[in-house]
Design a protein around this ligand. Structure first.
Ligand code: PLP
Length: 468
């Protein structure tokens, strides 16, 4: 399988090259040259298989030609053995919805599902090639902890992770800053998540710098993350009657990676009736689907910080597909965004998007009310991100009739203040995190400046000057 850039001006490359590159050199994102299809029988055959077995079948066509099947299967088994429970992504019935719990990994975040596999795939390829990388990433919260946990101590990768100072929870910050391994560098940026992401993008687009530090990315711009996230759409849907019955998903959305993975599953043949893009008050995607105008506004901090995003990188992948894979059209839209801070979705692109996606915005009062009412009626504690998804599902329940699966993206104990305010009960971290709040933190602080971050990366990368 080869990968092409959404902006059409970078050569097609292998899965392994896309895995190590992150962003394409023309500023675009990599997507597979075509969608692999799974037959109805193959999908029906997932029933009764383990999570790792389904992962192997779903991921295999995307890595064809890059990974030996034996290696892939071993790395998948290792990645999902780090989860607390063998089901990895279990379903829980909750009134009219089914929750798919994605927070049973090492950092209690759904990001673990992709990151645990990504780190192992990267390490494998780097060892095979005798290379090193410097991973530079931006996080709005959960990606950082999951990335640090997956990469700490890895011999062939240094990690510099940027987060917006004061805008991630204490637990999220500590999961990044308490790693003792010296290949990990957590950097607090004086700015928003969008500032952090813009700095990472600028560094990626500086080709000389990028080559010198052998820069790589693990943000959801990395295609391997999307592929790994496609798997639980299959396991959840099959458990609730697919492929015979169609299902619906509601997805708490920030950077659009998770919900785009659902779109990929649908392209591969999984009958998904509707994908609900659930946003908090940072509702650019809900506004864009309603009006066709993609127009970022100032980011507002909320109780669901992983979704406090106004420029959703992965939306570009959807624009590419929904425009009939028209790279020049995508390039024009993205240049419009860079120049005018907005663009309009062409009517046919918007119509194609609406065939699959609906969107709903949930404000802070509605988020708290959802946590409170689910706790009172179901005796189940939602985290604020999942609550945004559940609220959106209830708002749009008239659209379609299949089982509604709400992706549950974080453990409530990662957001204890919001959960306690809504329910009166302070959720507890599992015992293995008992000493997290006592561990020593190691944080660098930098202004929201590309130059300052570039200097820091150069000073801390072991790839600088290393032979390939
Ligand atoms: C990252 C994250 C999201 C948003 O996922 P995207 O792929 O960025 O849309 C939602 N909830 C939580 C808890 C997250 O960490």
């Amino acid at each position: 399988m080869l990968y092409v850039s959404t902006r059409g001006e970078a050569p097609a490359i292998s899965f392994n090259d896309a895995l190590l590159a992150g962003l394409a050199r023309d500023g675009g994102l990599y997507v597979p040259e075509r969608w692999p299809e799974l037959s109805r029988e193959t999908i029906a055959g997932f029933r009764g298989k383990s999570y790792a077995q389904v992962a192997f079948e779903v991921i295999r066509p995307f890595v064809a030609g890059s990974f030996k099947e034996g290696d892939l299967s071993r790395l998948i088994n290792e990645a999902y053995a780090t989860f607390d429970i063998p089901a990895v992504a279990p379903l829980v019935k909750l009134g009219d919805e089914h929750l798919c719990e994605l927070f049973h990994g090492p950092t209690l975040a759904f990001k673990d599902v992709a990151m645990q596999l990504l780190a192992r795939l990267m390490d494998h390829v780097l060892a095979e090639r005798g290379e090193r990388v410097t991973i530079v990433g931006a996080t709005s919260g959960d990606t950082g902890g999951a990335a640090v946990e997956a990469f700490r101590g890895r011999e062939r990768a240094d990690m510099i992770i940027l987060f917006p100072d004061g805008r991630v929870s204490d637990v999220q910050r500590r999961m990044m800053t308490t790693a003792t391994e010296d290949n990990i560098h957590a950097v607090a940026i004086d700015g928003t998540f969008d500032d952090c992401q813009a700095i990472v993008k600028a560094l990626f687009n500086d080709h000389a710098f990028r080559d010198r530090v052998r820069m790589s990315g693990v943000n959801s711009i990395n295609w391997a993350r999307i592929v790994a996230q496609t798997v639980y759409y299959f396991t959840a849907a099959v458990a609730l009657g697919a492929p015979e019955k169609p299902v619906r998903f509601t997805v708490p959305t920030g950077n659009f990676g998770d919900v785009f993975a659902g779109y990929v599953a649908a392209q591969m043949g999984l009958p998904i009736e509707r994908l609900i893009v659930a946003t908090n008050v940072n509702d650019i995607l809900a506004r864009a689907l309603a009006s066709g105008d993609y127009e970022p506004r100032a980011v507002v901090p909320t109780a669901s910080p992983a979704m406090d995003i106004q420029v959703s990188s992965n939306f570009e992948r959807l624009l590419f597909d929904a425009s009939g894979r028209n790279a020049p059209a995508v390039k024009t839209m993205m240049e419009g965004l860079a120049k005018d801070r907005r663009f309009s979705l062409p009517a046919d692109v918007l119509a194609n998007i609406r065939k699959h996606f609906s969107a709903a915005r949930t404000d802070e009062a509605e988020t708290m009310e959802t946590i409170k009412s689910v706790h009172a009626t179901q005796n189940y504690v939602l985290d604020p991100h999942t609550a945004v998804g559940v609220h959106a599902a209830r708002k749009l329940k008239g659209e379609g009739s299949g089982p509604m699966i709400a992706l549950s993206t974080a453990h409530p104990a990662k957001f204890p203040d919001a959960v306690e305010a809504a329910t009166g009960v302070r959720p507890k971290l599992p015992p293995r995190f008992a000493d997290l709040l006592d561990r020593r933190e190691r944080i660098a602080r930098l202004p929201a400046s590309t130059e300052a971050v570039a200097r820091f990366v150069s000073e801390h990368s072991r790839a600088v000057g290393a032979a390939a």
